[in-house]
Each structure stands twice: as C-alpha cells, then as structure tokens.
Design a protein around this ligand. Sequence first.
Ligand SMILES: Nc1ncnc2c1ncn2[C@@H]1O[C@H](COP(=O)(O)OP(=O)(O)O)[C@@H](O)[C@H]1O
Ligand SMILES: Nc1ccn([C@@H]2O[C@H](COP(=O)(O)OP(=O)(O)O)[C@@H](O)[C@H]2O)c(=O)n1
Length: 416
Amino acid sequence: MARSLKPLVQRWSSRVFSVELDGAPLYFAVREKLRGGPASPAAFSKLQQEDRCYSLLVCSGDRIRGDRFHWELRDKLLRDLPPGSDVTSMSSFLPEEKGSLLKGYFFKSRAGDSPQVEELLGDLEQRDPVLVCSYSRSEDGQQWTQSLRSAEKNLLRFYVVPSEAPEHHPSVLNMINSDVFYSLDEASEVLRKCDDIIPETRSVLRMLPSRVDARSKPDFPVIVVEGLDATGKTTLTESLRDALGAALLRSPPQCLSTWRARFDREPPLIRRAFYAAGNYITAEQICQAATRSPVIVDRFWHSTAAYAIATAVTGPVGNLPHEGSEVYCWPSDLLQPSLVVLLTLDPEERKRRLRSRGLMKTDEEQELDHNKLFRLRVEEAYRRIIGPACITVDASPSADLVLQQALLLIRAKCHL
Ligand SMILES: Nc1ncnc2c1ncn2[C@@H]1O[C@H](COP(=O)(O)OP(=O)(O)O)[C@@H](O)[C@H]1O
Ligand SMILES: Nc1ccn([C@@H]2O[C@H](COP(=O)(O)OP(=O)(O)O)[C@@H](O)[C@H]2O)c(=O)n1
C-alpha cells in the first residue's frame, strides 16, 4: 500500500462501508474496540461459518485512471475468482463528506480457495491503486473482524459493527461533476484528460463550441421531448416538426453518432462527460435553428442527468437525492428550453411497444426492462429536475391524441 494512503487509513474507523445485496445497499462500520456484545451486520448474515470475505476499494489519485480500473476490475474478478465468489459492488465513505466515496467490490471465498484468492489480491495490491481488506469470523461465529494491510505491511484489525443507513445514498457524495456535469468546462476537462487512452476523444473535443452563452434567448420556442425508450419520443417529435414547421434536433447530436458506441463502453465518468458535451453541441445547433423556426429536441439534459443519477444510486426511489437537491439543478451555462415535455407510459404498454419495434439498444435500456426500481428512479429523477422543469404527458393514447395534447401544451406555454 502506497504511503499516500496513510491519511485515508488514519480515518478508517470513521468510515461507513456499503455492500450491494439484492440491488440495494447494506451498511456496516468498523471499530477498534468492541462496545457491547458481538453483532453481525446484515451484509454478513447469509454467510456460512467457513466463508471468508474480501473487499477491494479503488483509491487512485487520478480519477480517470481510477474509474477505468474500477470498471475493468469487475470483469477481472468475475474471470479470475473461483466460481461462487458472489462478487458484488461496495463502497466506503465518510458520512456527509463530499468527495469521500471510494468504490470497489466485495466477495466471499470458501476456505479451500484462499491460496488462489490471496495470490490474486497480492498481485493487485502490488500493481494497482487498491486497498484490500479481508474479513473473518470469530471461532464462536458471533463477531466478524476486518483486516487492512497498513503502509508498514502490518495488519490493522477492526471489529465489524452494524451501521445505520446514511441520510443520502453514498453515491450522492461524489455525484457532482463525476456522474452529472454542470458546465461545459467540467465535462471537457474529463474528455481532454482521456484523449491519450481514447483517441476518438480528440474528434469530439474539436466539435465542442468554443464559447457558451446560456443567456441569449432564442427567437423561436425550443421544445424538448423526454421519456424512457419507446415512450414515443421519435413519433411525437417528428409529428411536432411537421405540425409546427419546426427544426428537429437531438442530443447526442447526429455529428457524434460515429463515436457514441465507443463511449457507451467506457466507465461512467467518461461516458457521462461524452453525453454532457453532446448537450452543448446540440445547444449551439438549437441557437442557430431557433433564429428561423421553432425547434423540437429529442432528449436533452434531463436524459443525461436522470439516467446518470438513477444509475449511480441503487435501491428504491427513496434512495435518490431528495427533491430540491443541487444535483437536479440545470447547468447555468446550458441553454434552457422554453418547454420540456416528459412522456410517461405504463410499463406493460412500453414493453409491448419495445417488442413491436424490435431490438433494444443500450445496456441501460435493457436494464430498464428488467429492473423495475431503476425505471422508477429514472422517471422520478426526470420529475425532480428544475430550471426548466418538465411537464408530464400521458403517452398511452393514440399517437394522434398524444400529438394534440402536446400541441395544446405548446400553445399554452409558448404562445405558438
Ligand atoms: N401513441 C402511440 N400509440 C401506440 N404506439 C406508439 C405511440 N407512439 C409511438 N408508438 C410506437 O411505439 C414504438 C416506440 O416509439 P418511438 O417513437 O420510436 O419511441 P422513442 O423514440 O421514445 O424510443 C414505435 O413502434 C412507435 O410506432
Ligand atoms: N441527451 C442524452 C441522451 C441519451 N443519453 C444516454 O443514452 C441512453 C438512451 O439512449 P437511447 O439509445 O435509448 O436513445 P434514443 O436514441 O432511443 O432516444 C441513456 O442510457 C442515457 O444514459 C444521455 O445521457 N443524454
């Protein structure tokens, strides 16, 4: 373990640890001394007597390298650990301390597998920015301890104790400018830093506007249509274009389509920076088009932020950052549309439309289909975004009725 990790270790017992089980976080803490009787946190309750557990936390000073390493580490663990290790995501954080989140993985190993696991962890510790902990149970099976290798290679031992759930999901601590970007500068800084590992980034950077001016008010109304995949955005935006003689744009813009799949394979930090940058390119196109006619936009910042927030946070909708949180605030340097229409649809009808349309696209969209909680989080995050807020339109009636409904709204709000 590198010396630079010493400050981290010094505050180790102030940290809370979170393990993802069945799609939601379970929390525990560690203490140097045990007060009261032994206790087993929920994250450890389903383990067998002979099981040993491990955690790996990524702690790179370089967030791009760290995020990529974390992304690739899951595949490595799934490939190289013995079957049945049950690798799951975990994190560690200092309660209420922004930027304190460390991300990693938690897994178990049977007694007979220990040499293979120890060898893999030893290799990782030597080469990569990880903090490795092992967890074992006392002989009477009542108390778990955590062992952390210190800078001097000594083992630091802590008792594992239950911890209350924090007020916010831990991911919220690192969300700003990692999952959601609030300025072109922040997003393009991430892209600039990865242009050596992803050469395509240079082409994306060249397309970014050199100057952003969110204050200039477009001459014609700008109407954004948002919603989950297959809610009818394409159908509605094309009809609105025809009905209003409007220009139709999308985010990410057409000019980024060649690189989109490349960035969809990258870890969240880079992928989100790509989509954030796309919004600024679309904003520039909107400004030009809105001098001549109304503009309809298929997805914009609401999509970028809502999917990012709903992916970073796990578990029920209650785990999202609370309503009014700064994470839902529109970036101050991004053009604000005149109206944002959010299409909502009953999940069964959405599935029917997806099936009738053919294959699904991104991993996130596939996740939407089988993870009901994720879908609910995305929809709720859409609704919580402010400045501009979105107005919900029920997309279950016929395409023509949905169009009429949207036109009524546009006439009322945009004086068209
Ligand atoms: N109001 C509607 N009623 C019934 N089917 C619809 C309606 N709007 C769209 N569809 C159909 O549902 C599918 C998904 O619509 P689409 O406009 O491509 O959604 P999105 O752009 O949001 O992914 C398409 O097959 C489309 O023809
Ligand atoms: N403005 C946007 C648009 C899409 N996205 C991302 O793109 C995915 C949705 O894209 P999609 O392929 O369903 O979009 P459509 O082209 O079908 O509208 C989501 O997973 C979002 O993470 C974004 O972040 N910002």
